[in-house]
Design a protein around this ligand. Structure first.
Ligand code: ZN
Length: 356
């Protein structure tokens, strides 16, 4: 989802460094024969959040840190608990769908595991790209230069712009839709307008009752920060209905530890509807006067605090309703409410009045 992979890489490095520092503490304590002093830890001041509902969690990961499972027939999915990819074994090799770098070399391990169990080829011949984001494609180059990469025409343009050697540009592109046939298997890829990104595509497996649509609905979880770091809010609000227009039973959302169902999409659509209702009510319910009175000519301070009050008005009842239903509803609902508020203002023109 993220265009902030450098940030998460930094966070991961910091986290690893912290882990090493923590691991060193007992050794030092043993050397000096002392009990380590209570650290003035950031953890003491970090906020508490609601527990994750068991319904949000998927199968346990193996010792290498991944789980691979059958979606239906010869279609499989792989997760590291946060990211997801999928692959189809065929008579002529393997078609891989996305290559998140966080799963990385575990992608081939998962494929090897399934291929050897079923006596089929483990050679990846094609990679289908959901969208250009590095956090879903940064493992693509692990499969070498001879793989046929398939993606939307805009994915090709954006990857050419980004010029990242870990994400080779697609060899085979499409504008609206393309039916990929490999080893007797059929995959329909389609573009139905911009949403999370300008290029985000619908990957339908008509013979496997499955739809893969990444960074729209994350089964079991509230959206990630700021409505999944949204680039086109009206497009993203429209995406679930386009997804539901396809026939499918299994949903691969690209994130977290389990597959989705149609019921997950229904819950997600209701969550977005409830949040939009709250934001629309906040437009009239929250009085801007006190904010502009207090901050005078500091327009940014007035707008910031006024919008924060609108966000709180919209998000609070939604957080309450979905806590225990969607994991982390209390973590990111407010940031999504802010993005919806700005979209209603800027895309739909609410509150824009022409000066008389
Ligand atoms: Zn993305």
């Amino acid at each position: 989802m993220s265009s902030t992979s450098s940030t998460s890489a930094t966070t991961r490095r910091s986290f690893l460094a912290l882990g090493a520092a923590m691991a060193a503490v007992p050794a030092i304590a043993t050397l000096v024969g002392a009990v380590p002093a209570e650290p003035a830890s950031a953890a003491d001041t970090l906020p508490d959040y609601a527990p994750i509902p068991p319904s949000a969690l998927g199968p346990a990961l193996n010792a290498q840190g991944y789980h691979v499972g059958r979606v239906e027939k010869n279609l499989y999915w792989v997760t590291d608990g946060t990211y997801q990819a999928a692959f189809l074994t065929t008579k002529e090799g393997v078609v891989l769908f996305d290559a998140p770098p966080s799963i990385g070399h575990n992608l081939q391990r998962a494929i090897d595991q399934i291929a050897s169990a079923n006596g089929v080829s483990n050679k990846v011949t094609h990679i289908v790209y959901s969208h250009h984001h590095a956090d879903h494609l940064g493992g693509s180059s692990l499969f070498g230069p001879d793989v046929v990469r398939v993606g939307h025409i805009e994915t090709k343009r954006l990857l050419a712009r980004d010029n990242d050697p870990t994400r080779p540009v697609p060899d085979l592109t499409f504008e609206t839709h393309h039916t990929l046939r490999v080893g007797g298997e059929r995959i329909d890829v389609a573009w139905h307008g911009t949403n999370h990104t300008p290029d985000n595509s619908y990957i339908h497996f008509p013979d496997h009752d499955t739809l893969m649509l990444v960074d729209i609905q994350l089964p079991g979880w509230a959206p990630f920060d700021s409505f999944n770091l949204n680039e086109d809010v009206p497009g993203s609000i429209a995406a679930p209905a386009k997804a539901m227009a396809y026939p499918w039973k299994h949903y691969i959302g690209g994130h977290m530890g389990r597959l989705g169902t149609r019921q997950d999409m229904v819950v997600y659509q209701q969550y977005v509807t409830d949040l939009l209702d709250g934001v629309n009510k906040a437009l009239t319910a929250v009085d801007p006067t006190p904010f502009f009175t207090k901050y005078g000519n500091n327009s940014w301070a007035a707008v910031k605090t006024y919008q924060a009050a609108q966000v709180d008005y919209a998000a609070a009842p939604v957080i309450k309703k979905y806590t225990g239903v969607l994991a982390a509803a209390d973590v990111y609902t407010a940031s999504t409410a802010f993005v919806l508020l700005e979209s209603i203002r800027l895309d739909l023109g609410a509150g824009s009045r022409v000066h008389p």
